[in-house]
Design a protein around this ligand. Structure first.
Ligand SMILES: [Cu+2]
Length: 481
């Protein structure tokens, strides 16, 4: 087609707050997420049933896995709420093993945090537990068990919780939630054991052979050339990092774990570590018949993560033959408080992996694994500067329950753009500083590496936010490895 004609055909479409949909019909039908009915007629209450049970799930044509699921699907259903809603979840456990539901990133009361032995008893087979809390902050969050986490998440127990703000001003109508994960199983559909590879498997962080987007291998998303799409991405894999490349086309990052960030930034490659979420705008350019591939590039998170490994295709973007759109770049801003580390209580958090003893490895925080650790202490309302020093030769996505934090540089200044985070990668042999204010919610809150094999291998701890009477709680023994 002559270039001039192409230019004439191009539509210059202003993107305004009154969002207009450009995506072709059925554009996201290849990436469906299970839904769950809202049982409550009150428009400000979302009330759902969530059942943990075994189910056969097809993740790739002809490839079925006997998985652990919420409501029979991988991922579990996407729970949709609006900011300020009350969410009631009637959880039932139909698995033989005990379980719980933890609400990753949500600022909720400790009784709803889903950690067995700390915030609630384990939910045994046949038992139920009702979670009931207000979703205070817009953003994409997620849920998963906090019992044998590496096993249960790895076997398929995870799902998204989308808290939408109808007035967020992003102005992009075509939105899709992308749940990134993986799963390992054999040709009979039997799950790879959670202890495969023994201590070395724990140290590496086990990855499944099937890389999934919304529970499918290499699904297809359709796009009108140049039209903006909003991708809400969450990494729910138990260990796998996703280092995303869309054949060099830009991602405009507008938000992080806890909603929109201070201002948008553009990048050609996007790292999403386990537990993290990113909110991005993509306006893929191309033409019908020449699809783009979203790829997971190699990222060095420790020995074995780049050696003998290949780039993986994880999703295909196909173009319609509609005329391309030239859209103004999406710019989103959100005023966030500029934090200061002045006056914050410094807290050293040193992560180590000592040499093996008796052919076993354990990760340690300040010299001890989780099962020997005493809680950190914080006063209600206290601001602390956590200096997380990773002395090991493995990256650790560091996650704090119940509170957002902001990342501070080594001069005490906030990293820009400002963003609320609940999970941040601490690369090997580096130090990351987090500023956190423990607000009005007392309790014993967990922090841990979100490579869940590392968490089970000792890299966990708790912070006791007072005033709380000492619970006398005894940390669980290490899992058999
Ligand atoms: Cu780790």
């Amino acid at each position: 087609m002559p270039r001039r004609l192409l230019l004439i055909l191009c539509l210059l479409v202003p993107i305004t707050a009154a969002a207009q949909s450009f995506a072709p019909a059925g554009w996201d039908a290849g990436l469906p997420l299970a839904e769950v009915p809202d049982l409550n007629p009150d428009p400000t209450i979302v009330e759902v049933n969530l059942t943990a049970k075994l189910a056969d799930v097809e993740v790739s044509p002809g490839k079925r896995v006997h998985a652990w699921t919420y409501n029979g699907a991988i991922p579990g259903p996407l729970i949709k709420t609006r900011v300020g809603d009350r969410l009631i979840v009637h959880f039932k456990n139909e698995l033989k093993e005990p379980s719980t539901v933890h609400w990753h990133g949500i600022r909720l009361p400790i009784e709803m945090d889903g950690v067995p032995g700390i915030s609630q008893p384990e939910v045994q087979q046949g038992e139920s537990f009702t979670y009931d809390f207000i979703v205070r902050d817009a953003g994409l969050y997620w849920y998963h068990p906090h019992v044998m986490s590496a096993a249960q998440v790895g076997f398929g127990l995870y799902g998204g919780l989308l808290v939408e703000d109808p007035n967020d001003g992003v102005g992009v109508a075509d939105q899709v939630t992308l749940v990134l994960s993986d799963i390992g199983f054999d040709n009979k559909g039997v799950l790879e054991p959670a202890d495969s590879g023994g201590s070395a498997g724990m140290v590496f962080g086990r990855e499944g052979d099937y890389v999934l987007v919304n529970g499918r291998t290499d699904p297809v998303l359709r796009a009108r050339p140049g039209a903006p799409q909003r991708w809400r991405i969450a990494n729910m894999a138990k260990s796998r990092f996703f280092y995303l490349d869309l054949e060099g086309q830009p991602f405009t990052v507008i938000g992080a774990d806890g909603g929109l960030q201070e201002y948008s930034v553009t990048t050609d490659i996007l790292l999403v570590t386990p537990g993290e979420r990113v909110d991005v705008i993509v306006a893929p350019k191309g033409k019908a018949g020449t699809p783009l591939t979203l790829r997971a590039m190699l990222y060095n998170r420790g020995y074995g993560s780049v050696q003998y490994r290949a780039v993986e295709d994880i999703m295909t973007v196909e173009f319609t033959d509609q005329p391309p759109i030239t859209a103004a770049p999406v710019k989103v801003s959100r005023p966030l408080p500029v934090p200061t580390a002045e006056g914050a209580t410094p807290v050293d958090v040193v992560l180590t992996l000592p040499p093996m003893e008796n052919s076993k490895s354990e990760f340690r925080v300040n010299g001890v694994p989780f099962w020997k650790a005493k809680p950190f202490l914080a006063k209600l309302g206290e601001t602390q500067l956590w200096i997380v020093n990773n002395e090991s030769e493995w990256d650790h996505p560091f996650h704090l329950h119940g509170f957002f934090f902001q990342v501070i540089d080594d001069k005490g200044q906030p990293v820009r753009p400002l963003a609320w985070k609940d999970t941040v990668n601490v690369p090997m042999k580096t130090t990351v500083r987090l500023l956190v204010t423990f607000d009005e919610r007392p309790g014993e809150w967990m922090f841990h590496c979100h490579i869940l094999d590392h968490a089970d291998g000792g890299l966990m701890g708790t912070v006791l936010v007072g005033p709380v009477a000492p619970t006398g709680h005894v940390h669980p023994k290490p899992p058999p490895r």
